[in-house]
Design a protein around this ligand. Structure first.
Ligand SMILES: [Zn+2]
Length: 104
């Protein structure tokens, strides 16, 4: 199971975009696939859907596998190994194993 979610700041750890940082802008619920701002940008050919609209090539992010990214801790600013702890009130929370900061 993936521990990242939309809005998380992550860094890419493998592939052509290795080292890039960005925010998760989309996540497919059942697959571990995510879309990260500025990462895995591909060119797509588009056809006009309305009259007058230009066809051409647009650039946009494509999905990547969630295992290719690591969360960046907002406190220590480093790629962080996440732990999960369960609290009575808040339920399951993610925290940074380095500095203990709760992410959620
Ligand atoms: Zn941290």
């Amino acid at each position: 199971m993936s521990r990242v979610k939309v809005g998380d700041e992550v860094v890419v750890i493998s592939g052509k975009d290795r080292g890039k940082r960005g925010k998760i802008i989309k996540k497919l619920p059942r697959e571990d696939r995510i879309m990260v701002e500025g990462v895995n940008v591909v060119k797509r050919h588009v056809r006009p859907t309305r009259r007058g609209q230009a066809s051409g090539i647009v650039e946009g992010e494509a999905l990547i596998h969630a295992s290719k990214v690591m969360l960046i801790c907002s406190r220590c600013g480093k790629r962080a190994r996440m732990g999960i702890k369960t609290l009575k009130k808040e339920g399951r929370l993610r925290f940074c194993k380095k500095c203990g900061e709760v992410i959620d």
